[in-house]
Design a protein around this ligand. Structure first.
Ligand SMILES: Nc1ncnc2c1ncn2[C@@H]1O[C@H](COP(=O)(O)OP(=O)(O)OP(=O)(O)O)[C@@H](O)[C@H]1O
Length: 510
């Protein structure tokens, strides 16, 4: 604080400073989840209204029991003592105790002394404790998810680098950035719906026509696009993907078709190749095709029809040879009806349509998915994979899963992070589901793939198909019940382990 005598400052600078300090205090007291003060000895001397709601979870039925006690006696794991002793704030920290996990801030309070340079900080006379957020798993969810995603990308990049170092020939023979990451084996699922989509996708891999993957977010459309490429005759060529929704409309044309040197102000002097050209000899995956701006749809159609593109500012046609796989989570036919997607482009892309089923239509895959995702998480974190008890698996299988596999993985990550033990029960799953913002938590009904009024219709299909379906559902239910233990599952079904193994349609879960 500068001296009040400083000629450059108004005479009431001290008053403004005092007011600022007071209003900051009130602001924090009202926007935080709770606040308290301790004196220099560490005794609780004040709590605000917000803080009072944490008292029962800390074991106090009234404020009187809490006030006047030493902070470490009433708030387990607090670091307020350290702040009082060092005079240094802990601006942001995670505090976990019997009341939950909180994002907290601890700030020392200093006496003010007037020195030659104006007010200076004197000795520590107390400290403020602020609960910034409770339930950080929910409030900080976007941050945690982003961090987890970045961590995953980093792990992938490290693994790729390690593989290339171990095998330099690989680096010379292929472009590390443009290789498909997944095969059909990566798509976990033995439910009839999963087996069906994989069968169609394998067939699509044998053809060179465009494929259109339709399905909700997180159903594995991108994974299948990789797998189709890997199983196709173009497997040795590049796999190039472009997420149309992630690129601003103004840059899309250059992303697609590239640009000639000096094509526009600010353009790279050497020009740049577009994704079509980069995918030459391989596969171009166009994700979120439903978000394609109308203005570019005609150009895309022409490129697909002619097999030629015109880089921006080049006046030259360049031939390319890339197989296109497009995907969208939007209702493309409805966009066509509304005049927001060109009908001719729709038909051009919709040669081999594949509907990727949401998780709720293949609940039987959930135990195997939980196992595979858990293994993957464990490999990345170096910790043991979470083991879900049968009731926990049944609860997961009952949910609606709007974000499908991506959302399931997110919940598993939360469970692994929050749980002290690797064995996780239904109560724990319920808590995490509630905290991750699921509007409604469904209760398990193992065979409840709702057929509703359509039940009669549903039964009027070839009997062999229905029996095969029932068999797979029974296997999935037994696997869920036994937490994936094949011997126990085979006993429940009254068949041998070998028969069970034989009847499982997906080699992934074998
Ligand atoms: N059947 C599956 N088996 C294993 N992992 C899966 C499966 N389906 C999806 N995943 C995983 O879930 C995540 C989301 O999948 P993916 O990106 O392929 O979905 P998407 O349908 O393309 O989603 P979006 O439309 O949001 O782009 C990925 O990490 C993917 O590996």
């Amino acid at each position: 604080m500068p001296s009040p005598a400083s000629p450059a400052l108004p005479l009431d600078a001290n008053a403004i400073h005092a007011l600022a300090a007071r209003s900051m205090f009130h602001l924090f007291s009202s926007i935080s989840q709770g606040m308290f003060l301790v004196d220099r000895s560490g005794r609780i001397v004040w709590v605000n209204e917000g803080y009072k709601r944490f008292l029962p979870a800390l074991g106090f039925s009234s404020v009187d029991q809490f006030m006047g006690r030493m902070v470490e006696d009433v708030i387990p794991n607090t670091l307020m003592r350290q702040v009082l002793e060092t005079g240094k704030p802990i601006l942001i920290d995670l505090l976990t105790n019997k009341a939950g996990t909180f994002v907290v801030s601890r700030i020392p309070l200093h006496a003010e002394r007037e020195g030659d340079e104006g007010y200076v900080l004197g000795e520590v006379i107390g400290a403020i404790g602020i609960v910034l957020f409770d339930h950080p798993e929910t409030t900080l969810q976007p941050l945690i998810s982003k961090f987890a995603m970045l961590q995953r990308d980093l792990d992938d990049a490290r693994r790729e680098l390690a593989t290339q170092r171990a095998n330099p020939l690989l680096r010379q023979s292929s472009d590390g950035q443009r290789r498909a990451k997944y095969t059909f084996a990566s798509f976990i699922g033995s439910s009839p719906a999963a087996v069906d989509v994989k069968r169609h996708a394998r067939r699509a891999a044998q053809s060179s026509s465009p494929v259109l993957l339709l399905g909700e977010t997180g159903t594995g459309k991108e994974l299948l696009a990789h797998a189709i490429h890997t199983a196709s005759a173009r497997a040795n060529g590049p796999f190039v993907s472009l997420n149309i929704a992630a690129v601003p409309d103004t840059l899309l044309e250059a992303e697609f078709f590239g640009f000639a040197p000096g094509a526009f102000t600010g353009a790279d002097r050497r020009g740049r190749e577009g994704k079509f050209k980069l995918a030459d000899g391989g596969t171009l995956f166009l994700d979120e095709i439903g978000d394609m701006p109308m203005s570019l749809q005609a150009k895309l159609l022409r490129a697909l029809q002619e097999g030629e593109i015109e880089p921006l500012g080049s006046n030259k046609l360049v031939a390319f040879d890339a197989r296109v796989i497009a995907a969208t989570s939007r209702d493309l036919a409805a966009l066509v009806r509304d005049g927001r997607f060109r009908e001719d482009l729709y038909y051009r892309l919709n040669v081999l349509p594949l509907r990727v089923p949401p998780l709720r239509e293949r609940r039987g895959d959930i135990p195997a998915l939980v196992e595979a995702l858990g293994e993957d998480m464990a490999q990345r974190s170096g910790e043991a994979p979470p083991e879900l008890m049968p009731d926990a698996l049944a609860l997961l299988a009952a949910q609606h899963w709007r974000g499908n596999t991506r959302e399931l993985r997110n919940v598993l990550e939360q469970l692994a992070m929050r749980s002290d033990s690797t064995r996780i029960d239904a109560a724990e799953v319920k808590r995490v589901l509630a905290e991750t913002g699921l509007e409604q938590i469904a209760t398990p009904a193992p065979m409840a793939e709702a057929h509703g009024d359509a039940e009669g219709e549903h039964l009027l299909r070839p009997l062999t198909e229905q029996i095969a379906e029932l068999e797979q559902r029974a296997i999935a239910a037994a696997m869920a019940k036994t937490g994936g233990n094949k011997l126990a599952a085979s006993r429940l079904l009254g068949i041998s382990r070998a028969t069970l193994y034989d009847r499982m349609t997906d080699p992934q879960v074998k």
